[in-house]
Design a protein around this ligand. Sequence first.
Ligand SMILES: NC(=O)c1ccc[n+]([C@@H]2O[C@H](COP(=O)([O-])OP(=O)(O)OC[C@H]3O[C@@H](n4cnc5c(N)ncnc54)[C@H](OP(=O)(O)O)[C@@H]3O)[C@@H](O)[C@H]2O)c1
Length: 245
Amino acid sequence: MANGFFLITGTSKGIGEALAKKLLQEGNMVLGVSRNRSDALKFTQYHHQSFDLTDTSRIGQIMAKVNEIVDGQSFDFVCLVNNAFTVEPINPIEKCSAAEIESHLKISLIAPMILTSLFIRKFSNFEVRKKVVFISSGAAFTAMPGASMYCSSKAGITMFAQCVGLEQKNRQTGFEVISIGPGMVDTSMQQVVRSKAGDEFGMASFFKQAFEDGKLQNPDHVAAKILTILENNYEQGKYVSVSEV
Ligand SMILES: NC(=O)c1ccc[n+]([C@@H]2O[C@H](COP(=O)([O-])OP(=O)(O)OC[C@H]3O[C@@H](n4cnc5c(N)ncnc54)[C@H](OP(=O)(O)O)[C@@H]3O)[C@@H](O)[C@H]2O)c1
């Protein structure tokens, strides 16, 4: 895949960084959004917007940067990858503060919803292949004590993908919309969940064991599979597991 424009949230580390690197190596243009900037993304085709996605009222600033980059250029493919998230707060819900709950939903649900709305509005008349992707999780379908916020936001974004996919279905210049389950990947998120105490997160020992048993996938390997999923065609709104490709 080359000559695509990709807006990816959460490119400072983990899956987002690995995916951005792969797309850049193939000759695509990437605008990455996160608070920090990765040293691994030193490519002329890489643009970065330092942005805190809890600042949902200012998400228009990201689209201003998109306009700066894409206007006057031609691409064969435009794609939004909603990847940034927070796993916190990890705790039984009565121990989560209102501020933590609000912040979680802003990063993991509200920001991707607003970005999706703005991205579809911006590119709706572009007659090229267009895609909106949500990095979801098996947590969307698996209840985990202590991770009620994470499981709920992943379930929410997975359903959002299905609804928006139906909205776009049968449109002449519609967007493809899917969500992707990466499986367990060796990133900072996994460090956080396996470091929790059992009374904070009932499944901490499961994640510790998975790490010790070498079950976590390498982010570069997962990024290559996500790239294949981006290239493939799927039924609108489908949840695609990385293990399928
Ligand atoms: N790793 C796994 O095992 C696994 C399993 C299932 C699903 N997933 C999904 O995969 C996706 C990526 O996870 P990962 O494991 O790669 O996580 P990660 O290594 O912790 O990376 C998270 C990214 O999100 C960004 N981010 C967090 N808060 C932000 C904020 N307030 N504003 C802007 N950006 C923010 C971070 O950037 P800054 O901190 O620089 O802002 C970072 O680039 C997530 O959607 C996650 O749910 C991961």
